[in-house]
Design a binder for this molecule. Sequence first.
Ligand code: ADP
Ligand code: MG
Length: 258
Amino acid sequence: MSFLEVRDLHASIEGKEILTGLNLTIDRGQVHALMGPNGSGKSTFANVLLGHPKYNVTSGDILVKGQSILDLSTDERARKGIFLGFQYPIEIAGVGYSHFLRNAYNTLNKTLAQEQTNREVFITVKEFHEYVKRNLDSVGLDQAFLSRYLNEGFSGGEKKRSEVMQMLVLKPNVAILDEPDSGLDIDAVKAVAEAINKLIETGAGVVVITHYARILRYLTRLDHVNVMAKGRIVKSGDRSLSEELENKGYGWLGLEES
Ligand code: ADP
Ligand code: MG
């Protein structure tokens, strides 16, 4: 049984159907790329997976270890170890970064410690900070971020690094990263990709939503490249498919309205 299974998922927003029969299975340890033209529904999928209240699932199902999660709230889904790295991370003034991470980590330990053998228990705040600092280092963020508010005043690139850093700390079962490479300079793309490699080493299943083969080239593992169009996956392949898309665009796939 796969960890996460999306079955013939249809979802709409304000009466407009965006997801039109999406099928995808993700296992721990697997790495997927999700590509596709603007507006094909990639971010919608990520939001629906985590139960964003604006979207209506009209048919199909999302299963975690064989059980539907459609009736679960966003935080209940997160407690199953599903993490979404946002395309546009929002700034939350007043929520201390370190406090937020420690609460989230301890909350996840309550549900995930039984199934994940690599979760440590940190007794003191100092111990936890040492752990976070190691992860800040690995994405190239200064330790001063620990004493800031969540995303407040972070540059675009810092927000993206911060999303991946949170995943390294929290160790989800499945992580969806929505365009972790957008708006980053070339060195930062490499740094983020290397952080994703560390995330892969934790045993997480990873879905990287991206427009570009570049970030995928740095990944030590890439099992499936899926192309989405008009709300469903229309083509799947291996690494070579992402290179083909980089060279030829999407036109050759015949995705235009027939
Ligand atoms: P992608 O991430 O692949 O670029 P999105 O999932 O963001 O695509 O968007 C898919 C489609 O859903 C687009 O046509 C977009 O305009 C539409 N959409 C997304 N959010 C809303 C919303 N809040 N209201 C109406 N339409 C929306
Ligand atoms: Mg998007």
